[in-house]
Design a protein around this ligand. Sequence first.
Ligand code: 2M8
Length: 450
Amino acid sequence: PVQPHAAPPSRHRTAARAAYVLAGNDRGRLTVAAPQLYPHMWSWDAAFIAIGLARLSTARALTELETLLAAQWRTGMVPHIVFTEGEVGYEPGPQRWACRDITADAPDGPATSGLIQPPVHGVAVRRILDAARTASAAERRDVAERIRALWPALLAWHRYLATRRDPAGRGLLTIYHGWESGLDNSPRWDAAYAAVTPDPEFVPFRRADLHALGALGGAASQRPSDAEYAKYQWLVEELRRAGYDDARAHRTLSFRMADVLTSALFVAANEELATVADELGLPGVDELIGYADRFRRGVVETADERGFAADVDLRTGDTVRTQTIAGFAPLLSGGLDPARQRLLLATLTSADWCGHPGFVHAVPPSTSPSSPDFDPVRYWRGPQWPPMTWLMIWGLERSGEQETALALREAALDQLSDGLFAEYYQPFTGEPLGARPQSWTAAVALDLLA
Ligand code: 2M8
């Protein structure tokens, strides 16, 4: 007999495959972002992975966050990469960062990078606690205890961001590198990168990413260009020369952007953690709500008359308006007046975005196909990224926009039903691009299918 609410069998298969992918990328206490291209732990990947793992095992999901937070710096910074020992297939590797040789702020444990990534970890903590709701009393107790143990690290991370990454208190987080945004080569950063000039003496290192992608059958046209990479590498060098010191970085780095999407995610993470604190009787509720309020104001202040948000170049003071997915940041932070909220939603579903008639799946592209900067295959300049779709669905559901959320969810599930869990997708052909299987893609699939 057909069960009216049972998911179609192909969805069960997709979920099973996603779980299999995460198990395959599991190295015990961490999940590598993608075995060939990214054989280490990445900070915001780990958060998405924990969100997916929470559907399988709250204990294993917590382990992921514990591993990441064990690599926290003395400043409270959570590094964007935690290196797995013995893996040499990624550049820049631990020798290039040399964090421990350069600053006493770096941790004694595993080697790390010296940058950050968007702080979605609070969202993951909330999801793990939610997943435990239907678990046994013993599991619920264990989850609560482990979150309690992580709490000082989580608070220190948010305090680091709110102070050292927003010293002027404007409610926007500063990034020192496009890598910090997670949207590495997004057109958002083109103007800023135009002013980054590597020292002529500086010798760029090998493009290990192209080598790894080539082995997977992918083309260089799917990754950032060599010219972009030379600048990425040079900024790492500048950061080393600044001793990984935030005060010096704010003064000396040739890339300093106020990142509106990271800031909106910070708002959401603060709100989520505040509810966790409330539920578990943990300290810091007022502080977290204070951060959420301050950064929500910061995000909304950048929005235009249609609610579309922008980044700010802190070196020039320019507001940088680009047709990228970051414009939808207010859907994650909240705070728009109802009229602009409606306009922003209409933009999201319009032909300039998800509703483009040529798209195979109506999910948001990283850059609008109407933008002159759009490139359907090149990384963050056009392709659709499943974790971004997940964030939009999550933000919409959370703010009560159920109808749009549901349509996105269905489109996302269709895209993910190829079972390949690619890093990103060509919007017009549906072609899987980049690394595969990519852990965070499998993780968000698992969560959406649950
Ligand atoms: C990509 O970034 C790394 C650098 O951090 C790279 O290209 O080598 C981005 O997509 C980033 O958002 C992601 O966290 C990382 C690992 O999946 O890969």
